[in-house]
Design a binder for this molecule. Sequence first.
Ligand code: FMN
Length: 216
Amino acid sequence: MTSRAFDFAELTPKERYKLLIGTVIPRPIALITTLSPGGTPNAGSFSFFNILTHDPAVMAVGIEHKPDGTPKDTAANILATGEFTVHISDHALVDQMEICSIKFPADVDELAIAGLETAPGEAVSCPRILAAPAAFECKLMQTVPVSPARTIVLGEVKRMFVRETLVDPETMHVDQIGIDAVGRLGGHLYARQLDQFERVTPTLEQFLALDGSGDR
Ligand SMILES: Cc1cc2nc3c(=O)[nH]c(=O)nc-3n(C[C@H](O)[C@H](O)[C@H](O)COP(=O)(O)O)c2cc1C
């Protein structure tokens, strides 16, 4: 099979964006709540998001600035307060998650408009969305200003919440069908994570003992 090569130095930002978001899929979606220094709750969705390591538990979010070059409300609040709460969006939350992605002015509480009930934060002061299957309260570790138009935010998870029916507190096993998390694809597409399969990576010894037939 042949491949088509793309030299990123020759592409426009839009072209790079389309290639990246169409291939790095599905991307988990962080529905992030923050509080402004004046106490206004804010929510926004971010799919340039992932966990990077678990000890310490570090989450990364890539936030683009607004067209006028100022930080989005989420980034401004994180920089000002050092706190944010990441929520996993399940299929049932997609409509509200989309409402939280609308470019409302900074003094508008997207959570109220989306009709999302919240509880006060515990390790942080940001509100927690009760309908989310999982939430992570994070303290800002570091910001990486990758360009004048974009900032990467690294946060350490201080406290986590999982819907009680989805987690076994003895084994820490999470019900990954029940969580029904949605991922972002290219364009305006989303995916549910319901088509799962299991593979156990062999140890080196197991691999060397394979007869080459592919049987495991
Ligand atoms: C599924 C989804 C993923 C998004 N991912 C990002 C992202 O990774 N980075 C970003 O800057 N904006 C992203 N956006 C756009 C923001 O959600 C949008 O700009 C929102 O208004 C930000 O909220 P804020 O201004 O209250 O911070 C995404 C939107 C949606 C619907």
